[in-house]
Design a protein around this ligand. Structure first.
Ligand SMILES: [Zn+2]
Length: 611
């Protein structure tokens, strides 16, 4: 089905987060994230405190309620007292700053006169200090555009900030973080919300990512992440944070559009059912479930937990509705319960016989005086948790009368859907960092910003200078191959041949023989022999096949045959195969001499001497 995104009122913008390869932003630790030698574990608990406005943030309240314990793993060379918030930050990493200013220049952004480091509240434990440092390096003007295949996209903002710690594992109420990523410089580049469809979002992400690779950035999985904000008409602005798979970015967006579309359908259905605003109706159903046959529920009750039941009037059947592949509205609601610490929830749109809970739910129906159109949900956990979960599910269900709640959500990489995770810090979250002096952006500083050769320009130059196809030049650059170094080293080998050997041979070997070859490990030795005239062009591919098959190359076998020697060999084979048709003879000769002389030369000799 072709979706008309324009008609849907699709709007999207993207923020690219790119890690730099410069060492950390405010200390001297490595940004390598090798995580080889674990040398420390530190534990912290978060305390919510009122911000400057006197309000305690919802997100902070949430964490206080969850009362989780955060444990931080420190790896050798990749953390120090700065990450642990026990030493003030050092000055801003100059290389990272200069890269940031270079990127601002590349996108023609305005650079502020003064760069101020700010603190941004984080409450989920991903920063030991409870905040991340960030600084604005560039903001939009009429010229700050990016060219994409579907038109120009406005770049609106550029920030340089600290990356957060990465979760290693969760065990009950404990969350384990690695400190290795905390403080790694991260460039954040944002577009406006004018992207036209999911493909355009991907193209934009790709174009920005390609340009960024002109600078000293980290490569590999997780080193570049995308935050996407998406909305459709009657929907809401949803921000999905931290996507890592560019190839599936379109699917993530398609699924979110579907989710919003179907939430709007649910809103319409509720209207059809004449469902108005309803108040919260819950019952403590612990006693009712105490002797139930569901082991899971009775287990929770035996260990002191409670069962809280919630009535949703007129919701029957809706929780079965699929919002997008692998996600029903029931699953969606359950995420709100789970955010507060339940394992999930059970409701009357499910097959209750699989839990052996048919009887108990019948009782609940009576208790609530529920009609057949009403839906009942139960949540089992420690009482305070189950009650909070019921509150959250009620609030969310109530919102379905309005449609799609505006939220920041987390992606699920395995199926390109997204989920509600937790309340996020609000607008009060930014305040100045007093430990770092402001940086004056002088003419001199701006003048010293040098742009590297940008990747699209480099591709064009290589193609032209070395007479290779643009595609080949692009692949050489994408693979991070120092092509010009090869050309310098193997002067007598035609550059096009070098590029094809590095790019096309591995693909061809994979296709024909289903074997992998580490081309940059083996090519130099072979090209070296070719450069010295010790083997022929044709031998290079033959030798690579041999290596892929696990043989060590016997270069002598590929010694070029020239002049009289070649002629003699050809004549000999022809003599052995007298009376055979020419095509068959060519096969025989090529079979014996392939790789020892240029194919063209052999062919000419066959033509000359075959009678
Ligand atoms: Zn450090």
């Amino acid at each position: 089905m072709k979706v008309d995104y324009n008609k849907l009122g699709f709007k999207a913008g993207i923020e690219i987060h790119q890690e730099l390869n410069t060492g950390k932003l405010f200390c001297d630790c490595s940004s390598g994230m090798g995580e080889k030698e674990l040398i420390s574990e530190t534990s912290r608990k978060l305390r919510a405190s009122a911000g400057e406005t006197g309000e305690v943030d919802l997100a902070a309240q949430y964490e206080q309620f969850r009362n989780r314990k955060f444990l931080y793993h420190g790896y050798k060379g990749e953390y120090c007292l700065v990450e642990l918030d026990e030493e003030p930050p050092h000055a801003v990493n100059n290389e990272a700053l200069m890269i940031g200013l270079g990127v601002a220049k590349m996108f023609k952004l305005n650079v502020p006169e003064t760069i101020c480091v700010m603190r941004k509240t984080v409450t989920d434990g991903s920063a030991v200090s409870g905040f991340q440092r960030t600084m604005l390096l560039g903001y939009e003007n009429k010229d700050s555009f990016l060219e994409t295949p579907e038109g120009r996209v406005k770049i609106v903002q550029l920030n340089l900030e600290e990356d957060s710690s990465k979760i290693e594992k969760k065990e009950g109420d404990a969350v384990y973080y690695s400190l290795s990523r905390l403080g790694v410089p991260l460039l954040e580049i944002g577009t406006d919300a004018s992207l036209k469809d999911p493909k355009h979002v991907r193209e934009t992400a790709l174009a920005i990512g390609t340009l960024l690779r002109s600078f000293n950035v980290r490569r590999g999985i997780g080193s570049i992440r995308q935050d996407v904000n998406i909305s459709i008409k009657e929907g809401a602005r949803i921000e999905v944070k931290g996507w890592q798979d560019l190839k599936k970015l379109e699917l993530l967006i398609e699924n979110e559009v579907l989710r919003q579309y179907n939430l709007i359908e649910i809103k319409k259905e509720l209207k059809k059912r004449k469902t108005g605003k309803f108040s919260k109706k819950t019952e403590d159903a612990t006693e009712l479930f105490r002797n139930s046959e569901s082991r899971m529920i009775s287990g929770i009750i035996q260990s002191g937990g409670s069962v809280i039941a919630l009535l949703l009037p007129n919701f029957s059947g809706l929780l079965k509705k699929e919002l997008c592949p692998e996600k029903t509205f029931g699953k969606e609601l359950a995420e709100y319960a789970m955010a507060y610490g339940t394992k999930g929830m059970i409701h009357t749109d499910e097959d209750l016989s699989k839990y052996n809970l048919g009887k108990e739910f019948e009782e609940l129906r009576k208790l609530f005086k529920a009609g057949k159109n009403d839906l009942i949900i139960v949540m089992a956990e420690k009482k305070a948790i189950a009650e909070k979960a019921a509150d959250a599910v009620y609030e969310r269900a109530l919102y379905s009368l309005k449609g799609v709640p505006e939220e920041t959500r987390i992606p699920n990489h395995h199926n390109a859907t997204n989920s509600y995770a937790r309340p996020l810090p609000g607008a009060n979250r930014l305040y100045p960092e007093t430990d770092i002096p402001n940086i004056d952006v002088t003419e001199e500083l701006l003048g010293s910003v040098e742009l590297p050769e940008l990747i699209p320009e480099k591709i064009n130059r290589l193609a032209k200078e070395y007479n290779v196809s643009r595609q080949l030049a692009k692949e050489v650059v994408d693979e991070g191959i120092d092509f010009e170094e090869y050309v310098r080293k193997y002067r007598k080998v035609e550059p096009g041949f070098i590029a094809r050997t590095l790019i096309e041979s591995p693909k061809e070997i994979k296709k024909r023989y289903n074997k992998e070859i580490e081309i940059e490990k083996h090519a130099p030795g072979i090209l070296e022999k070719l450069n010295r005239g010790l083997i022929t062009d044709d031998a290079v591919f033959e030798i690579l096949i041999g290596i892929a098959e696990g043989k060590s190359p016997d270069y002598k076998q590929y010694k070029p045959l020239t002049g009289k020697l070649l002629e003699k060999e050809v004549k000999k084979i022809l003599k052995e195969n007298k009376g055979i048709p020419r095509n068959a003879v060519i096969g025989k000769v090529m079979g014996k001499l392939r790789g020892k002389a240029p194919g063209k030369e052999i062919m000419e000799l066959v033509k000359k001497f075959h009678k």
